[in-house]
Design a protein around this ligand. Sequence first.
Ligand code: NAP
Length: 315
Amino acid sequence: MTETRDTVILGSGCAGLTAALYTARAGLKPLVLEGHEPGGQLSITSLVENFPGWPEGIQGPELIENMKKQAARFGATYEQADVTRVEADAHPIRLHTSIGEIHTRTLIVASGASARWLGLPSEQKLIGHGVSSCATCDGFFFRDKEIAVVGGGDSAMEEAIFLSRFASKITLLHRRDAFRASKIMLERATAHPKIELRTNTVVEEVLGVEENEVKGLRLRDVSNGERSVLNVNGMFLGIGHEPNTKMLAGQIDLDGEGYIKTTNQVFTTRNGAIVPGVFACGDVQDRRYRQAITAAGSGCMAALEAEKYLEERGH
Ligand code: NAP
């Protein structure tokens, strides 16, 4: 028979690893299931300057590695597994995963959010060949090249400014004429000599599929329907993130964009009523703050609630 665990944590980003540390120290021997983006968004970030305790900053991957080791020291274990379906109302809770079925008394969902893509076939074919959603990971490869950044929010501005260290010219493409970005970020991008902002513009196709490298973008001006080609060697997406909650559809309440709805910070619900033993933390339930430290904080809360839940039931 499948062993029933006390705690399983979905996701190994900042929220999941903090939950792992707390539940491990409580003796719950948590199993952390790492999906296809182990370490979460911090693992693809460079210098983190706003996580308290590192006056000089710390590299994102190093911070994640430290957290992993810290939780492991108290008994947390890690498995690489894709979770396809969760039966949240079963007792114990059942997880259908690529490494088999897992049973657990408590589940902490910390599966985070992943970068959004435009969804063009040509874009998908050229990911890793000039198309990227991570400026800090891939910017280095575009030294003295011309590139485009897509989006009108803070992420797009931040990416464009960061990429200006490498690229010779950056064209920022936004689909509307009004920006969502904060005033300060927009001003920085506008004032930057290497960055040109182009509004009312959508990408229709990424050129270069046959050559297997980005050769340019076919654009359409939505204000007059005019088409043009922009000669660039790369395209970076800065159009937001999508929560990783597919495996939870129909099991717990999600909002219109798929983020987990929580009550009292970390309790999940189904039709408004609390789902016993299922907690959520980090970006998968937070569209507002999305910081490493807030993710860690909510991971701690979820762990304390899971511990309390088990204790109240005599485990
Ligand atoms: P966001 O604010 O939701 O902006 C996403 C942008 O992408 C919007 O301009 C949106 O256009 C555009 N977009 C979305 N889907 C698109 C599509 N399919 N095609 C073309 N354009 C598309 O997301 P974000 O920039 O990632 O920021 C999220 C949160 O993190 C915000 O609260 C932000 O302030 C914060 N943040 C802060 C910083 C910083 O302060 N340093 C850096 C990064 C993020 P529309 O405007 O037309 O909807």
